[in-house]
Ligand binder design. Structure first.
Ligand code: IMP
Ligand code: MG
Length: 196
């Protein structure tokens, strides 16, 4: 069955917001050692678009983590696929997590905690295990902040808020496009649409 899509932000609006945000980030990070950490898969388009617009040097790393699977609702359980290992030495770096959309904030809460207490070679640890493990020998970055294409407003028990956002949206709609998918479809759309 074909999904019905409604455009929420068109291509020009998305490009304009990303350019504006890139300007702010370039200013805030001009004396820092910026590493964009792109959360796969959904943020790959946004991270690329954002990086192109930055006027300061930056590096990029990738991490794959999700809480949605193939449904339109968060499972409440984080899925960590493949390596949760970062190739770059993040000690002293200023990490800006680049995410497609923040909903409950569960994914970002986990990732910020994981990075602040980062230890190489500890793969696929669950949040609970991670919380209870001792934090000796950590490779903590200098700072960890969050940049998201979309921030869903008015979510009950929201765990964390992003530091930088393109679009704050007060809606329970499911969004696709600009890297965001529904069952792996629609990532290619150059605009943000809601499935109606
Ligand atoms: P959270 O952990 O509940 O904040 O969920 C965030 C993750 O769920 C994001 O990384 C997205 O991959 C996914 N997600 C949440 N809402 C949407 C949506 O409307 N469209 C596509 N993915 C979504
Ligand atoms: Mg995601």
């Amino acid at each position: 069955m074909q999904d019905k899509l409604k455009i929420v932000f068109n291509k020009e609006e998305v490009e304009e917001k990303i350019a504006e945000l890139a300007e702010v980030i370039s200013r805030d990070y001009q004396d820092k050692d910026l590493v964009l950490l792109c959360v796969l898969k959904g943020a790959f388009v946004f991270a690329g678009d954002l990086m192109k617009k930055l006027s300061i040097p930056s590096k990029i790393e990738f991490i794959r983590i999700s809480s949605y699977g193939d449904s339109k609702k968060s499972s409440g359980v984080l899925k960590i696929k493949g390596k949760l290992e970062i190739d770059l030495d993040i000690r002293g770096k200023d990490i800006l997590i680049v995410e497609d959309i923040i909903d409950s904030g569960l994914t970002m809460e986990f990732l910020v905690d994981y990075l602040k207490n980062y230890k190489p070679n500890k793969r696929g640890q669950s949040f609970e295990k991670k919380k209870s493990s001792n934090h000796e020998e950590c490779y903590a970055p200098n700072s960890v902040k969050i940049c998201s294409l979309i921030n869903r407003l008015n979510v009950e028990n929201k765990k964390i808020e992003p530091d930088y956002v393109c679009f704050n949206i007060d809606s329970k709609d499911f969004f696709v496009g600009c890297g965001m998918d529904f069952s792996e479809r629609y990532r290619n759309l150059p605009y943000i649409a809601a499935i109606i």
